[in-house]
Design a protein around this ligand. Structure first.
Ligand code: ADP
Ligand code: MG
Length: 347
């Protein structure tokens, strides 16, 4: 299948190159598999509707740090980040399966905390935990969540449907989860040096919450339905807008122009970014884990979405494939480069 005579560093290929390379030998054999690798979730023909399946893996030390991530929040986040990919297909989530790898460091009470968080997320999102797998881990906690869902056939939205001229819209605000992580890591460093010092996180409550307890935007899918708006393309923002724009543009055969002044950024994110000497717009474009929804709509839908406080039109699609430009407040233009894995490891 593969020519394995050389040694190739995975870091030279990047995450997406690796997935593409591995996927090329797996053809679709079942007529019911409508969409395999390449979108937020796989799509299966269930007769009168499409089924959706997606999986996410969270590794201790890579995706979370237990010295500041409470287990209850982590359980909550593990469910929401998996289910977010179902919403990213314009679908509704139905079931989750949870695999965990536990070391003997964990007591029953600790695992109960983790599952208490999962239970809250399942309840809020209306999904059923229907199975999973439990195993021993020698190297930290591992959490794998597979989510399933459904969508009416005429309502499914892929990454690849954006047309030149479509408006680019994002829900909520951007960059908060990244700055929350910077705060938590800074407080951890301070604590290691001066153990008696208690961190004061109150003034960072919003961004810390964005990092520790991500929300999946089920409400956005419901709102789009109520407004009778079907996006032309749709993704969730897990790796950062810059990276998602790259994927959306490549899949759709378009590029994007993004207006810096339109980027929705919470004041707490802005203040914190500035105190770290970071440009808030760069943080908003590249920071991951916001789990907002990024989508395009036809210009004719503008009237329907324009008064929605949670939606911001941040730009529009152009016909220059994969060329994404930031139009700055000062009137300059910069190409938006997707950073992506392995540097950030935030897939
Ligand atoms: P997302 O950020 O939306 O979770 P990813 O970037 O993780 O999506 O994955 C992109 C696509 O590649 C998805 O269709 C996913 O199912 C697929 N994929 C990721 N990792 C693997 C893998 N190891 N083997 C096969 N497919 C994979
Ligand atoms: Mg996704």
């Amino acid at each position: 299948m593969f020519d394995n005579s050389d040694r190739t560093e995975i870091s030279a290929m990047g995450e997406f190159g690796l997935i593409q390379h591995l996927a090329q030998h797996f053809e679709i054999r079942n007529g019911k598999t409508v969409k395999g690798i390449g979108d937020d979730a796989a799509v299966v023909d269930h007769g009168d509707h499409y089924g959706l399946i997606t999986t996410d893996l969270l590794m201790e030390g890579v995706h979370f740090d237990l010295s500041f991530h409470p287990l209850k929040h982590l359980g909550y986040k593990a469910i929401t980040v998996a289910v977010s990919d179902i919403y990213a297909m314009n679908g509704m989530a139905e079931q989750v399966l949870v695999g965990i790898g536990l070391s003997n460091r964990f007591s029953l009470e600790a695992v109960e905390e983790l599952y208490a968080g999962m239970q809250i997320a399942c309840e809020q999102l209306g999904v059923d935990l229907v199975g999973g797998d439990t195993t021993t881990s020698r190297n930290g906690l591992v959490i794998s969540v597979t989510a399933t869902g459904r969508v009416d056939k005429d309502k499914i939205v892929y990454r690849g449907g954006a047309q030149a001229g479509d408006l680019l819209v994002v829900s909520g605000d951007l960059g908060g989860a990244y700055m929350g992580l910077q705060i938590l890591e800074r407080e951890k460093r301070v604590f290691m040096e001066v153990p008696n010092m208690q961190p004061d996180l109150e003034q960072y409550d919003y961004i810390v919450g964005r990092q520790l307890k991500a929300e999946a935007r089920k409400d956005v899918i419901e709102l789009l339905k109520m407004l009778d708006v079907k996006p032309s393309s749709l993704m969730d923002v897990s790796d950062g807008v810059a990276s998602e724009l790259y994927h959306m543009g490549k899949a759709s055969g378009v590029g994007f122009h993004v207006y810096e002044e339109k980027l929705p950024i919470d004041p707490q994110t802005i203040d914190t970014a500035l105190s770290f000497d970071l440009n808030p717009s760069i943080v908003a474009l590249n920071g991951g884990e916001d789990y907002e929804l990024l989508f395009t709509v036809a210009q004719s839908d503008y009237e329907k979405i324009k008064t929605m406080p949670d939606f911001t039109v941040i730009g529009y699609a152009t016909d220059v494939t994969s060329k994404n430009m930031l139009l700055t407040k000062s009137g300059n233009q910069f190409e938006i480069k997707a950073q992506g894995w392995p540097e950030s490891q935030k897939e």
